[in-house]
Design a protein around this ligand. Sequence first.
Ligand SMILES: [Fe+2]
Length: 413
Amino acid sequence: MKHAAPLLFASLLLTACSEDPAPPVNPPPPEPVDERCPGTGVSKGPWSLRVDRTSAVVRWETCRADVAGGVLFNPEGSDEIRQVDATVTTYEVPETRKAPLDPSAPPDEAGTYWTHEAVLSDLQPGACVQYHLAADPAAKGRVCAAKPDGAPLRFLAIGDTNPGLNRITLKLLDQVLPMNPDFTLHGGDIQYYDSGLETYASWFPAMRPLLAQGAMFPALGNHELEVPEEYEAYYRRFWGDAGFDGAGDHYRFESGGVWFFSLDTEKPLGKDSEQGKWIADSLADAASKPGYRFSVVFLHKPLVTCGDKSDDPVTRAELEPIFVQHGVRLVIQAHLHGYERFAFPDITWITTGGGGATLVDVDENIDRPACAMRATSGSVRHAVLLDATGNTLTGQVIDDKGAVWDTFTLEGP
Ligand SMILES: [Fe+2]
């Protein structure tokens, strides 16, 4: 017994020495966290645009290269599910941009991003479909094919949105989206770095309800060009080729025989400019087509206004006869943060820049001659719901409390 303890100790020692000791286990280094990239890899969207009677384009952005999969979609009210692949374009965002007045807004981080685009085709004219991304079933929306000849259509116009400012834009959308517009015309100043309150990374989740409702057709605003890379890195990548036939920033599309023309007020618009010639030719072309009803022009900086922004009576005098000749009933402007309606004899112009940015004085230049023809105005937050029925276009100007602030009815040519 006297030797039992040393023997036991030796036995334990031999046992311990007869096997390789387990190496010290160091925990693996943590995976680097990509703050800009959610788990699905889908960093923005989806959203839709470039709609005609049988097809629509769905876009979204991913922040990783390995996010595969296209779009699954089905006609509303149907169980038929179809899937379509996407094309992918890589883009290198050169600068990080932040919202200095709202630290909760995620920055737009520099780095590589992938823009995915899927074409939903073989749609029935006027049919709306529900879609979602294969990479993320929660990333979903609705888009409607353009209507057949003569069909009624309902659409929304809004300008100068600023969802980072007290959620005013979102309160407006709460009022108008339940009215089920097929698509939205955005009058420009889509996202405001200059407000200090938002980035594109904060804008997209905030504007999800609008993007999920239907296609968005933008006019380019001056705030799409606030920082040097913004046009290529953001505007072109997100909203480029939103329609047809133009040169990127100006384009047209149609639904039910109503034609829509988006113009770029950051470039010349006079009758001898490239855009001026384009809209004269393409309006004449649209008006010559079977089933043509009338046209709507939308642009950012107003050619006529009595508010705190410049006007451009020379360009308006050049373009208005062309508009009237080819059946433009309504011109939608923005940039002025308020509402105006000018009832000229053959055509109505509205300013709809009250989509959420800080309101301004809409009477600052009330002495301008055209102000004698201004029928209604107000420093009011609003969006405009428009219905085209036959050759009649009616508008309801709806504020962020749901009140109808103005109405108008325009008879077609
Ligand atoms: Fe503007």
